[in-house]
Ligand binder design. Structure first.
Ligand code: DAH
Length: 357
């Protein structure tokens, strides 16, 4: 190969070496038109020099590759990629996915309603304590006067972990918000001595191994209420719940009771209310009976007070637990509880305050 051809290759080497230093994507140097021009020339080189010219161009390509390999950071030094990020910050703006504006979102209907429900109870003097989503046997059962191995424990279709706690009991996805009672009673018992009542409402998510249908969900919300003071009667319980229901449904409501059984209340009751939809004339919502079985409640069992360190002859209390979905379904004539967790926009948008399309 003559001197002229060699200096052509040397010239391209110089150019590409310099240029590759400033490139972010180093491999793109192989698309350089100067390199391509050298390859394009091969067929036109006189036969006696063609092979050596071709080898020299290939050699140049290798040299540049080596140069890149030396200057590029090694794989282990490359910073890790967050694969959950919606796009890389370096990708061009028009390649980024369109994110839904937060203005198009809205609160979930259950949370909108829960706000209203809590407002009613706080205006009545109750404070709010949030429930939790994993609990233990003591809070779910034992502190609520469920004897060990009592069949009433089976009523709750409880999800439990295989893993065991220090008492060698499984952890529990709480099946009711009553599992918060012992914590609140123990924490606030000294208020009673100061003549202050214990008055708490406890919203929370609960879990049951239910066969799911239009009325049953494995995951749903409850609102627990507890009130303890001296001279508390079932009359106070009924008046409190009636006042709440009348404000929530914004009409006058009749309540009646029927006996029930819960280990943690004595007596235990079920509250039945007049149908807020038809005012007892009978409709779909009340299955044409005029009445709706709404919630469980009762006078707190003396053992539950004792287990929280409260002297039961001196103090009494009432408690209740109600399904929040149930309250909301009655208010809006929603027929299928599964809609709440479905994520269906056509359902959710009907409750959207910001965006009523
Ligand atoms: N925890 C009960 C349930 O989920 C509801 C309930 C009944 C709560 C009576 C109470 C109560 O506080 O006193 O079925």
């Amino acid at each position: 190969m003559n001197q002229e051809l060699q200096s052509e290759i040397d010239h391209v080497r110089e150019l590409l070496t310099e240029r590759s230093a400033s490139l972010v994507n180093k491999q793109s140097i192989f698309k350089a038109i100067e390199l391509k021009a050298l390859y394009d020339r091969i067929p036109d080189i006189p036969l006696q020099s063609r092979a050596s010219f071709g080898q020299a161009v290939n050699q140049l390509r290798k040299e540049i590759q080596n140069l890149i390999d030396q200057t590029e950071p090694k794989q282990e030094n490359v910073s890790s990629i967050d694969v959950s990020a919606p796009f890389t910050p370096n990708c061009p703006v028009d390649k980024r996915p369109r994110l839904i504006s937060s203005q198009l979102g809205s609160q979930h209907p259950l949370m909108i309603e829960l706000d209203q429900i809590l407002n009613i109870f706080t205006s009545m003097g109750f404070y709010i304590v949030e429930s939790r989503e994993i609990d233990d046997d003591w809070h779910m059962f034992t502190s609520l006067n469920f004897p060990e191995d009592h069949p009433a424990r089976d009523d709750y279709d409880t999800f439990m972990t295989i893993e065991r706690d220090e008492q060698n009991k499984p952890w529990i996805g709480p099946a009711h918000t009553s599992s918060m009672q012992n914590r609140i009673l123990s924490e606030h018992k000294d208020d009673l001595i100061k003549n202050l009542p214990i008055a708490a409402v406890i919203p929370g998510r609960v879990f049951r191994n239910e066969d799911v249908d239009s009325r049953h969900e494995h995951t749903f919300y409850q609102l627990e209420g507890i009130y303890v003071s001296s001279h508390v009667s079932i009359g106070n319980l009924l008046a409190t719940l009636k006042a709440f229901l009348e404000r929530y449904y914004n009409r006058s409501i009749e309540v009646k009771t029927q006996p029930f059984y819960f280990p943690f209340t004595e007596p235990s009751l079920e509250i039945i209310m007049s149908c807020p939809f038809c005012s007892k004339t009978g409709c779909r919502i009340c299955s044409f009976t005029g009445w709706i079985e709404l919630l469980g409640c009762g006078q707190i069992h003396p053992n539950v007070l004792k287990l929280a360190g409260i002297n039961s002859p001196d103090y009494q209390g009432f408690a209740w637990g109600v399904g929040i979905e149930r309250l909301v379904m009655i208010k809006y004539a929603i027929e299928d509880i599964r809609l709440f967790e479905s994520g269906r926009l056509d359902f959710l948008r009907q409750f959207s305050i910001k965006d009523n399309r």
